[in-house]
Design a protein around this ligand. Structure first.
Ligand code: HEM
Length: 367
């Protein structure tokens, strides 16, 4: 029997499946217009799979820059751009990164373990292994030159997208001049994409691929460190890694909310939603919907089916989902190989901003 997850992963349930939430101001934030919180799986699917009613276009008060982004567009503009990006990010291209990702995970782990054994026996699995692992994998995918990689950890802040737009132009020029087997090279040589579209897609991939991936990797390992029995089952092969990774994503969704704006008047679970209202799907609440997930607070490594929405649903389903799953599988395999036990050496502080669900550090014992 695997114990119930600790309070970090248990979320206050909203009072009703769909409820209006006011947004009073705080010392560092002005009051907001309020929003509909969606906490049931069926309602979440209704919202995410119906872009004609629930638009991804940025609402009033959101950055105008967002309007140009694939993730903030609706069909039909969204469909065309997404098709181009998806054709560049083929399963074959993603699979080609497996060996490099494995080698990277091994090297980072071995180095961190050697250092820890020489200096008191504790390592921070997030800063020493999973953070550099995920950002360097993305750098490979997008062809970020080695000289620029040390700047990547700074590409996840609130202004990342604005900062990234200038860098993306530089990267596109670089990949045109030195073509390689990376995504930016493929996109930069696609004559059907305009410069404006290209200069939107590349920074979008650089930013959306970074923070959730980092938070999924560290968050999943943190959950396993908190569940030693689950770790042992994976190591002994009595539990399979594929379904386990889906369950870790369910209990630790890196993105906490998915936002839409009602494009027309509509109804949802008996509530009248007006055109222009904001509608926010709360993933931790949806992932604890006991009508879909039996005993939802329990880490069940073999949970099947596991229709979690950590990677989204509908037309905006995560474009990097295959790449994300590959990175998580390889990282977990290598941690399981390197560490007979995953023993916490201290508290695991959350680094969440309310939008992403990360851990600030993950101190574990080296052996
Ligand atoms: C475990 C790691 C990841 C998680 C949990 C995640 C989660 C998500 C979610 C929930 C969405 C949908 C957002 C919405 O409906 O509003 C999304 C979209 C997207 N993701 Fe990911 N993501 C991850 C990794 C990645 C990676 C590695 C890449 C790039 C290589 C990436 C690229 C994108 C893009 C481009 C979109 C926008 C797709 C569209 O609007 O059509 N993601 N992601």
């Amino acid at each position: 029997m695997i114990p119930t997850p600790p309070p970090r992963h248990r979320l206050a349930r909203a009072p009703a499946p769909v409820s209006w939430q006011d947004e009073p101001g705080t010392p560092d934030r002005p009051p907001g217009p309020g929003f509909w919180a969606v906490t049931r799986h069926a309602d979440a699917l209704r919202v995410l799979q119906d872009p004609a009613t629930y638009s991804s276009l940025p609402g009033p008060g959101e950055l105008p820059l967002l309007r140009r982004l694939l993730s903030h567009q609706d069909p039909p503009q969204h469909t065309r751009l997404r098709d181009h990006a998806a054709r560049a990010l083929t399963p074959e291209r993603v699979q080609r990164f497996t060996a490099t990702a494995r080698e990277r995970a091994r090297t980072l782990l071995d180095r961190a373990l050697d250092t820890a054994r020489a200096t008191g026996g504790v390592l921070d699995l997030a800063s020493a292994v999973s953070d550099p692992y995920t950002s360097l994998n993305l750098a490979d995918l997008l062809g970020v030159p080695y000289a620029d990689r040390r700047r990547m950890p700074g590409w996840t802040g609130p202004h990342a997208l604005e900062d990234m737009t200038g860098y993306a132009r530089h990267l596109i020029v670089h990949c045109r001049r030195y073509p390689d087997d990376d995504l930016t090279t493929v996109l930069a040589h696609n004559a059907q994409l305009t410069s404006a579209e290209l200069e939107m897609l590349v920074p979008l991939l650089l930013t959306t691929g970074l923070a959730p991936m980092r938070d999924a990797a560290a968050g999943g390992l943190a959950l396993l460190a908190e569940h030693p029995e689950a770790y042992r089952e994976l190591r002994e092969g009595t539990a399979e890694l594929g379904p386990a990774i889906e369950e870790l994503l369910r209990l630790h969704p890196p993105l906490l909310t998915l936002r839409r704006t009602a494009a027309t008047d509509t109804g949802l679970s008996g509530h009248h939603i007006r055109r222009g209202d904001r509608v926010v799907v709360s993933l931790p609440a949806v992932h604890h919907d006991d009508q879909v997930f039996a005993d939802p607070g329990r880490l069940d490594l073999a949970r099947t089916p596991n229709p979690h929405l950590a990677l989204g649903a509908g037309p905006h389903l995560c474009l990097g989902a295959d790449f994300a799953r590959l990175q998580l599988r390889v990282l977990h395999e290598e941690v399981l190989r390197a560490l007979p036990e995953l023993r916490l050496a201290g508290p695991v502080p959350a680094s969440g901003s309310g939008v992403t669900n990360g851990v600030a550090s993950l101190p574990v014992r080296a052996g």
